[in-house]
Design a binder for this molecule. Structure first.
Ligand code: 3HC
Ligand code: NAI
Length: 698
């Protein structure tokens, strides 16, 4: 008998229960267990109907991703599903938690599906660079029609039980999975309902067979944002087979598509990213079993750009917030922006119509820092100057209850220094959100020298609770993300002095898959901030300075490195900028040369990787994968390239080290000399990934 799947009989109902923590993934043992139990239930004459359900927190959450790329083990999932579908006795999937990927495919092979009301059902394979490989692309369109199927399969987002019921994916909403499933089977038996095998039911795809535009329009809408990705297009093709081919042929074509994607570099990168994200939540050097402090209310200081976005993230997750400002005016402004933001989302159908009011009700806007008393976590998002931060943290000491975690959202300032202004440095850490904070998923959790382990765990857990991706980093200028970005910024500016144009540099970076190049990003953020700070520090950057002196501050003034037409955010190359660059170079006696796109790519990416190596050497990040998580979720690094450190491994560290050494010499820039760690790995023929494997083994 299987260890992970059990068969019990309650009178005439056979109950097959999968129990394989944490998420009942379809490992070889689970597949074998299901097959064995279904066969046994079919063979038992006392059993008239079968429930397939799961123990623990969820229904089957998919194939076991750790098995991909290894030699396949019997039984194949499709064989298990045929056994279920061909059963002469009704098989009902009783779903709780999440029925995802292969899990939903198991349910689709059952004759009926029922679910608890909190359940979510989806085929998220595209997010791993895959397509559903066990009939999902063939059965889901037959269950819900091609439009919703395309939305779920090409988009990858799950739907809730209510939507599943409305669209015929499930038959009923039940109370408990096992008991509800059992009751449903009894009802089926009493009613003598005929079995419904989706493979034999073309009724929902008939319209699309007659008019293929129903399908192609849905695909066009769903692939709009899939630039550079292979899986969404292959997944859409697979749904097309359901419409165009008989079931068995469609299934075969789906399988071919799946096998091709499993072996692809993109899917490998995306699977890596899945595990990197989860690994990042495990904090290196914190004793096992360290418990989170409870967080029932959060106070946020500052209702500006960041404070407002952070408050929205907490309210979105149902966590009450005290939002604190220095004056009524600033508070009103901040509250107004949040309300408008939510209302715009509701108008687009992104959240229910009553959500803005409900979420605003979770935010208590007040004036005065003395209102922090009932908060378990305080996040400071006031102006970025050390003096102000120190004053604020000093005051917090007076009003905050003992044990509350005190976080700063600073982008660059030293958290050790900030912590010194309190009597409780053990409670102080950084929670560095990214703008717009209600959208961007990354939260760098900055561990200062005195931060207590349980304070860190609290910050990581609450970040996950509000749907952010936390990555723990150490104290240094710019932490992980901005510190690496600064290296790219430096090279992008230098490239202008050598003969490249902003639009050429940006085009290379966006072609690589980043959402924006450095110059368009500068225009978005505003060029005047850097200009003022350079003036304060007596530093020059001739081209950037010349732009600002000409009043070109970026998007907000309609011109910067690009020009912008009124009301538009699209960056248009501007001959005036080219002229201004030429004049500056002439003034400085610099000669232009032709800079190739290959050189631009190397000089944008390799210096960042070099900085990443230094970050690892210094222990600012514990694992290369943590650096990748920062870039994937904070800067829009293309998921199909896994992250800068993963990508570097695929390019080859020796090549990168050699090219950096070359550019260091060629452009007379010692900052490009390869870091000792990079040099060492390159010389040994090793990868960054080998460091992670070594630290795991230790
Ligand atoms: N395979 C192997 N391990 C998995 C897994 C899977 N499909 N899904 C989750 N896990 C592991 C995680 O790595 C994590 O391990 P750890 O504790 O050692 O870090 C553990 O299960 C718990 O996962 P989470 O931390 O993500 O738990 P949550 O409760 O936050 O989320 C979840 C649960 C929503 C199920 C989420 O884990 C998830 O989205 N999983 C992936 C679902 C998925 O992509 N399924 C499709 C797989 S591909 C497929 O099915 C192909 C098929 O068509 C043939
Ligand atoms: P902002 O200027 O938009 O907002 C700051 C707000 O803090 C203002 O509304 C101000 O009235 C308020 N404030 C000042 N002193 C206060 C006090 N003592 N108590 C309560 N409120 C006070 O600034 P922004 O952009 O939101 O930045 C805040 C912090 O977040 C800074 O440390 C910044 O470096 C950091 N940050 C900013 C990012 C960005 O893209 N804007 C990204 C990540 C971090």
């Amino acid at each position: 008998m299987s260890e992970v799947v059990k068969l019990e009989r309650h009178d005439e109902v056979g109950i097959v229960t999968v129990d394989s923590p944490p998420v009942n993934a379809l490992s070889a043992a689970v597949r074998g267990g299901i097959l064995e139990c279904i066969k046994a239930a079919i063979a038992d004459p006392a059993i008239k109907g079968i429930v397939l359900t799961c123990a623990g927190r969820t229904f089957i959450a998919g194939a076991d991703i750790t098995e991909f790329g290894k030699p396949p083990k019997a039984p194949a999932l499709n064989d298990v599903l045929s056994e279920i579908e061909n059963s002469p006795k009704p098989v009902v999937a009783a779903i709780h938690g999440t029925a995802l990927g292969g899990g939903l495919e198991v349910a689709l092979a059952c004759h009926f599906r029922v679910a608890v009301k909190e359940a979510r059902l989806g085929l998220p394979e595209v997010k791993l660079g895959l397509l559903p490989g066990a009939g999902g692309t063939q059965r889901l369109p037959r269950a819900v029609g091609p439009e919703l199927a395309v939305k779920m399969i090409v988009g990858g987002d799950p739907i809730g039980a209510a939507e599943a019921l409305k669209n015929g994916l499930i038959e009923e909403i039940i109370e408990g999975p096992a008991s509800g499933g059992e009751a449903f089977v009894r009802k089926l038996l009493a009613e003598k309902r005929p079995l419904r095998r989706l493979r034999d039911d073309d009724s929902k795809i008939a319209a699309a067979k007659a008019d293929r535009s129903i399908f192609t329009n849905a695909v066009a809408a769903m692939t709009k944002k899939s630039r550079g990705l292979e899986a969404p297009f292959a997944a859409a093709d697979a749904v097309g087979y359901a419409i165009d081919l008989p079931f068995d042929e469609g299934l075969k074509k789906e399988r071919e598509g799946f096998l091709k994607l499993v072996a692809s570099d993109q899917s490998k990168a995306q699977r890596y990213a899945f595990f990197a994200e989860r690994e990042a939540a495990k904090i290196a050097g914190v004793p096992d079993g360290t418990k989170s402090r409870p967080v029932n209310r959060v106070a946020i200081l500052g209702a500006g750009t960041m404070g407002g976005g952070i408050a929205m993230s907490f309210a979105n997750a149902g966590v009450p917030v005290t939002l604190i400002e220095t004056g009524e005016e600033q508070l009103k402004r901040g509250m107004g922006i949040m309300q408008k933001n939510w209302e715009a989302t509701a108008a687009r159908g992104g959240i229910p119509a009553d959500a803005p009011a409900k979420r605003m009700a979770l935010i208590n806007g007040v004036v005065g820092i003395e209102n922090v008393g009932d908060a378990d976590l305080v996040i400071e998002a006031v102006f970025e100057t050390m003096a102000v931060k120190k004053e604020v943290f000093g005051k917090l000491d007076q009003y905050v209850k003992p044990g509350a975690v005190l976080a700063s959202n600073t982008s660059y300032l030293n958290i050790d220094e900030i912590a010194k202004s309190t009597k409780r440095p053990q409670d102080v850490l950084g929670m560095h959100f990214f703008s717009p904070a209600n959208v961007m998923k990354l939260c760098e959790i900055v561990r200062a020298d005195k931060t207590a382990p349980d304070a860190l765990v609290t910050a990581v857990n609450i970040a996950r609770k509000i749907a952010k991706v936390p990555a723990v980093v150490g104290v240094c200028d710019g932490f992980v993300g901005n510190r690496m970005l600064a290296q790219r910024g430096k090279q992008s500016e230098k490239l202008l002095f050598e003969g490249a144009l902003p639009q050429q540099v940006d085009a290379v970076v966006t072609k690589f898959g980043m959402p924006m190049g450095p110059f368009a990003m500068g225009d978005l953020a505003g060029l005047d901030i850097g200009w003022r700070s350079r003036k304060d520090r007596g530093i020059k950057s001739e081209i950037a300075d010349a732009l600002c002196e000409a009043g070109r501050f970026g998007q907000k003034t309609g011109k910067g490195y690009y020009k912008y037409e009124a009301g538009s955010r699209s960056a248009l190359p501007d001959p005036e900028v080219e002229k201004l660059i030429d004049e500056t170079l002439a003034r400085l006696g610099r000669k232009k040369r032709v800079v190739s796109d290959d050189e631009i790519l190397e000089r944008m990416m390799y210096p960042m990787i070099n900085e990443g190596a230094k970050i690892l050497e210094e222990g600012i990040a514990a694992r290369p994968s943590d650096i990748d998580v920062v870039w994937l979720y904070g800067y829009g690094w293309p998921i199909y390239r896994g992250g800068p450190m993963f990508w570097a491994d695929s390019v080859g560290l020796k090549h990168i080290a050699d090219r950096l050494a070359f550019y260091a010499k060629e452009t007379n820039d010692p900052s490009l000399e390869p870091a000792p760690l990079l040099k060492k790995l390159a010389a040994e023929g090793k990868t960054f990934a080998s460091l992670a494997a070594a630290s795991k083994a230790a």
